[in-house]
Design a protein around this ligand. Structure first.
Ligand code: GAP
Length: 511
C-alpha cells in the first residue's frame, strides 16, 4: 500500500480510537488545530514524562521551569521575532492557494533524491549481494546527473535563503518549473515575507490596551528567567533549564495532520555554557538526543541528522533530528548553538546585567547557549506512525499499535471470560490491586477475540483474561500484544511481569 494511503488510514485510526480529534469539529473544524482524546492525552503525557525525566532526573545540572505564555512584548523585539520570524510565502494565482516558497523548493530537492534512491534500489535488486552502492553512485550516469542537479539546486537555494533574496527564491521556482499541486499551473505571485506570531491585547486602559504576543517558542521564557534560576538555585555553569509548554505560530501552510499546527507544544532545554565551549556541548547534546530517540526501538535507519541550509539569526551551528515519516524524512527536533545572542539582546533591551561570574576564571561573562527543542505533537506523530501496523493473520487481519509499552496509554486490559460466575468480581479485584501502578482497563463486552482486537487497536501491551480456573487457583492468562502469545501465570506475578516491561527505567538504561 502507498505510504500516503497508510497515512490517511493512520489519521482515521487516531480519530476512531480516541487519540486525536479535529478541534471544533461540530463547527466544521479549525484549520491546523487539534484536540487529544482519551488515549491521545495519555500517550502525550507519557512522551512528556520520558523527555522531562531524561532531562531533569538524569542530569543533575538540568532543572525545570514553567514560565507564562504571555510575556512583555519587548521580549519579542529583543529576540528578533518581531522583525525576523517570517516565512517566505508565494500564492498560485489560479488555485489561490498559498505555499511556503522554501518548502516548494525543498520538495523539489526531495524528488531528485527520490529518483537517485529509486535507481539505487533497482540496481540493488538486480545485483543482489554483489552490489556496491558507493561504486554505483560514483559511476552510474543517471545517478551522477541527478546528483549534480541536486547539488546545484541545493547551493543556489541555500544562498538565496542566507541572502534573504526573495526574488531569487521565486526565480528558482520558475526555473525548476514547479507547478501548484492543486491547479497544476505555474502562475505564481512574487514571494513575500509573512510574520508568524499571533498578537492579542492585554488590559484596557484609557490609553488603550497593550499589544502582546502568544509565544512562538518557549525558549524566551527560559532566557528571561536565566538569572532567577541561576541565583535561586545557586547553579554553576554548565547547567540547563528545561521547559514544556504551548507555543503558537500562524503557519501559512498547515498540512500533514499534527505535523504542522498553529497551536502546539514544545519541550525545550537551554544549556548555558562558558563561551568557546559551545560547539563541544553542541556535539554532546546531538549525541544525547539521538540516543533518546533511538532508545524507543523504531530502527536506527529511520533517523538522521540534517544540517540547516540557513542558520537562524541567533545560531552558529544547527542541526535537525529527522525521522522517516510516511511522507518522507522530516524534522522532529532542532538542536541549535544559539551563541550569547538571546541573553545579550535581553541585556541590551532591559538595561539589566545578565551575566555569570565564573569563579574558576575569576571573570563575568554572558553565557553561550546550546538548545534542544522538540515538538510534543510531532514526537507524538512520530511514535504513532512508527507504531501503526496492519497485519495479515492466518484467518483474519488486525490493526495494531505497536507502541513501546512504556508509552502505551493503557498498560493492561483485564477481561472476565464471561459476565457471570464471579468472574467480573475477580477481574475487578485484580484491577483494584494493579491500578495504583498501571493504567488498567476493565473490558467485558463482546467475544474475547473482539476484545483483543480492540486493545490491539489502542496499543495495550497486555491483556489479562480471568476464567473459571482463576476462581480455583488464582491464575490468569496473559496475552502479549505483539507476539499474540499467551501464558498462564499467577495473579501475584502480574505486577512484576508488567512492571518489568512498562518501567521508564528500560529506556533510561539505554541512554
Ligand atoms: N526554540 C527553537 C525553536 O522553536 P524550531 O525549529 O522552530 O525551533 C522546534 O521548533 C521544534 O518545535 C520543531 O523541531 C518541531 O518539532 C516543533 N514545531 C515547530 N513548529 C511547529 C508547528 N507549527 N507544529 C508542530 N510542531 C512544531
Amino acid at each position: 500500500m502507498a505510504q500516503e494511503d497508510i497515512f490517511k488510514k493512520l489519521v482515521a485510526h487516531c480519530k476512531e480510537y480516541g487519540y486525536v480529534f479535529q478541534s471544533s469539529e461540530v463547527y466544521d473544524g479549525l484549520s491546523a488545530v487539534y484536540d487529544y482524546g482519551q488515549y491521545g492525552v495519555e500517550l502525550k503525557n507519557n512522551i512528556k514524562k520520558y523527555w522531562w525525566d531524561s532531562m531533569v532526573l538524569l542530569h543533575e545540572n538540568v532543572v525545570g521551569l514553567d514560565s507564562a505564555i504571555f510575556m512583555h512584548p519587548t521580549i519579542w523585539k529583543a529576540s528578533g521575532h518581531v522583525d525576523a520570524f517570517n516565512d517566505p510565502l508565494i500564492d498560485n494565482k489560479d488555485s489561490k492557494k498559498r505555499y511556503r516558497a522554501d518548502v516548494l523548493i525543498e520538495e523539489q530537492l526531495a524528488k531528485i533524491e527520490e529518483k537517485i534512491n529509486k535507481e539505487i534500489g533497482k540496481a540493488q535488486k538486480r545485483f543482489g549481494d554483489a552490489f556496491d552502492e558507493q561504486q554505483f553512485r560514483e559511476t552510474n550516469p543517471r545517478v551522477l546527473a541527478n546528483q549534480k542537479k541536486y547539488e546545484e539546486l541545493h547551493t543556489r537555494f541555500a544562498k538565496a535563503l542566507n541572502d534573504n533574496d526573495l526574488q531569487e527564491l521565486k526565480q528558482i521556482i520558475v526555473d525548476q518549473e514547479i507547478a501548484c499541486p492543486v491547479s497544476g499551473t505555474r502562475n505564481w505571485t512574487d514571494v513575500r515575507q509573512f510574520n508568524l506570531m499571533f498578537a492579542t491585547e492585554m488590559g484596557s486602559t484609557s490609553d488603550g490596551a497593550m499589544k502582546v504576543f502568544l509565544r512562538p517558542e518557549t525558549a524566551q521564557g527560559i532566557f528571561v528567567n536565566y538569572l532567577n534560576v541561576q541565583k535561586s538555585g545557586r547553579m554553576k555553569i554548565p547547567f540547563g533549564i528545561a521547559q514544556i509548554g504551548k507555543a503558537f505560530r500562524n503557519e501559512i501552510v498547515a498540512r500533514q495532520f499534527i505535523f504542522r499546527m498553529r497551536e502546539f507544544e514544545q519541550m525545550e532545554m537551554q544549556f548555558f555554557v562558558r563561551p568557546g565551549t559551545e560547539l563541544d556541548w553542541f556535539e554532546k547534546w546531538k549525541s544525547i538526543r539521538m540516543k533518546w530517540h533511538q532508545a524507543l526501538g523504531f530502527g536506527e535507519e529511520n533517523y538522521r541528522f540534517h544540517e540547516h541550509e540557513k542558520l537562524a539569526h541567533y545560531a552558529n551551528a544547527a542541526v535537525d533530528v529527522e525521522y522517516k515519516f510516511p511522507f518522507g524524512f522530516k524534522e522532529v527536533e532542532g538542536i541549535h548553538s544559539r551563541t550569547d545572542f538571546d541573553l545579550s539582546q535581553h541585556e541590551k533591551y532591559s538595561g539589566r546585567k545578565i551575566r555569570y561570574f565564573d569563579p574558576e576564571l575569576n571573570e563575568s561573562y554572558v553565557p553561550f547557549v546550546v538548545e534542544t527543542s522538540i515538538g510534543v505533537d510531532r514526537m507524538f506523530l512520530q511514535v504513532i506512525s512508527a507504531a501503526y501496523c496492519e497485519e495479515e493473520l492466518e484467518k483474519d487481519s488486525r490493526v495494531v499499535l505497536k507502541l513501546p509499552p512504556v508509552l502505551a496509554p493503557v498498560k493492561l486490559a483485564v477481561m472476565p471470560l464471561v459476565k457471570k460466575d464471579g468472574l467480573p468480581e475477580k477481574a475487578r479485584e485484580i484491577i483494584d490491586k494493579l491500578k495504583f501502578d498501571f493504567n488498567c482497563q476493565y473490558d467485558e463486552k463482546d467475544s474475547i477475540g473482539k476484545r483483543y482486537r480492540r486493545q490491539d487497536a489502542i496499543g495495550t501491551p497486555f491483556c489479562v483474561t480471568v476464567d473459571h480456573q482463576t476462581t480455583q487457583d488464582n491464575t490468569v492468562t496473559i496475552r502479549y500484544r505483539d507476539s499474540m502469545e499467551q501464558e498462564r501465570v499467577a495473579i501475584t506475578e502480574l505486577g512484576k511481569i508488567i512492571g518489568g516491561k512498562v518501567s521508564m527505567r528500560n529506556l533510561f538504561e539505554k541512554l
